[in-house]
Design a protein around this ligand. Structure first.
Ligand code: PLP
Length: 395
């Protein structure tokens, strides 16, 4: 039973969930009330309309398998919704999946052969590289550039230099976890041009597309030629506070979606039936989404102002998602700590959970910590106050 597969053993990175476990332990043994900046989900229950729709469908007995593609009405709604914002998308170009993570998994599984290279920005959401490695692919990292006033940029010249015959795919996440960047539309356009010109695939994870506080986001679905090179991923987890429902989707040309459905039918059959009925009602819940986003904007402002007061921290005000990603390199150097030590000690001594940047997943994050502002205002103030005390103690 100990003889795991190469795929299983290829997982070496650390998920953000580890730090939640440490916090639970600290709360239990030390009795400190935890302030959780480590969380990757909105702090609200799913909106009532969505819950009611799912409950109704359960009571009506909608509890069997659905099509591997997901229910037709939901695919139709997703297609209509995207078509109203971007270039047209047809129902046949959508597959509903158990969460965006499964959507990403299907995308990688469909294309990655052992030895294929996948370009991933550093920092990035941790699971892209892990899944690529699991499939025998090779993550090739492009280091994003940080500047306190302008934030992170994609570093497209480095990206271009890393594309070769083995490059199969580029992974983009916009708005971006963990940095909170909404990338400059001109930069995204350039990336799209490079991808087309070099004939590689662009996997675009736009799961935070509603979490935008400033500026405009450029979606890859704005390109009339998207079918030629785009695999688009989105989901219900963040926008509608539905993380536990496990619902996401892929948009790609019909032939790609068909192949994904064949794989889905053999791995998980279909997404959960009644959860899909709930998701239908999500499309009537954009007023609630808007309210949530304006609350998040306020929280972002508070977190930014409070972080700025801490000596040694350099912070760029995030424009999207619900994360702040301050640079703490000088503090780490003075205190002779790695960022992992920093995060662990901060939980142990002050009960404040952050995620060390090197979880995302390589080098650039080694001098940064990720803080989520999907947290109540008074807890944001209290948590940053405790963090300041901790840093004062270190310096
Ligand atoms: N993509 C990004 C960038 C994320 O941050 C997350 C969740 O943290 C996911 C995908 C996964 O979303 P889901 O809950 O739909 O699987």
């Amino acid at each position: 039973v100990d003889d795991f597969s190469l795929s299983a053993n290829s997982i070496t990175g650390e998920s953000t969930l580890v730090y939640q476990d440490v916090a639970r332990q600290v709360q239990k043994t030390k009795g400190i009330r935890i302030i959780n900046f480590g969380i990757g989900q909105p702090d609200f229950p799913t909106f009532a309309r969505i819950r009611e729709a799912a409950k109704k469908s359960l009571d009506e007995g909608f509890t069997g398998y659905t099509s591997a593609y997901g229910i037709d009405e939901l695919r139709q709604k997703i297609a209509e919704h995207l078509s109203s914002k971007y270039e047209s998308v047809r129902k046949e170009e959508v597959i509903v999946t158990p969460g965006a993570k499964t959507a990403l998994y299907l995308a990688f599984l469909l294309y990655i052969n052992p030895g294929d290279e996948v370009i991933i920005f550093d920092p990035s959401f941790y699971s892209y590289a892990e899944v690529v490695k699991m499939l025998g692919g090779v993550p090739v990292y492009v280091k994003m550039k940080f500047n306190e006033s302008t934030g992170f940029s994609l570093n497209l010249s480095e990206l271009e230099s890393k594309i070769n015959k083995k490059t199969k795919m580029i992974v983009l996440n916009n708005p971006h976890n963990p940095t909170g960047m909404v990338f400059d539309p001109i930069e995204i356009e350039k990336l799209m041009e490079i991808t087309k010109e070099k004939k590689v695939l662009l996997l675009s994870d736009e799961i935070y597309d509603y979490f935008i506080y400033e500026g405009k986001m450029k979606s890859v679905l704005e390109d009339p030629d998207w079918r030629d090179y785009v695999i688009y991923v989105n989901g219900f987890s963040k926008t509608f506070s539905m993380t536990g429902w496990r619902l996401g989707y892929v948009v790609a040309k019909e032939k790609v979606i068909k192949k994904m459905a064949e794989i889905a039918a053999n791995i998980y059959t279909c997404p959960t039936s009644f959860a899909q009925k709930g998701a239908l009602a999500a499309f009537e819940s954009f007023d609630e989404v808007k309210e949530m986003i304006s609350l998040f904007k306020k929280r972002r402002d508070i977190m930014y102002e409070e972080l700025k007061k801490i000596k040694g921290i350099q912070v760029h005000k995030s424009q999207g998602a619900f994360y702040m990603f301050p640079f703490i390199g000088e503090i780490l150097k003075k205190a002779n700590l790695t960022v992992k030590d920093f995060s662990l000690k901060l939980i142990e001594e002050k009960g404040v959970t952050t995620i060390p940047g090197e979880v995302f997943p390589l080098e650039v994050g080694k001098d940064f910590v990720r803080l989520s502002f999907a947290v109540r205002e008074d807890d944001i103030r209290e948590g940053i106050k405790r963090m300041k005390e901790f840093i004062d103690m270190l310096m």
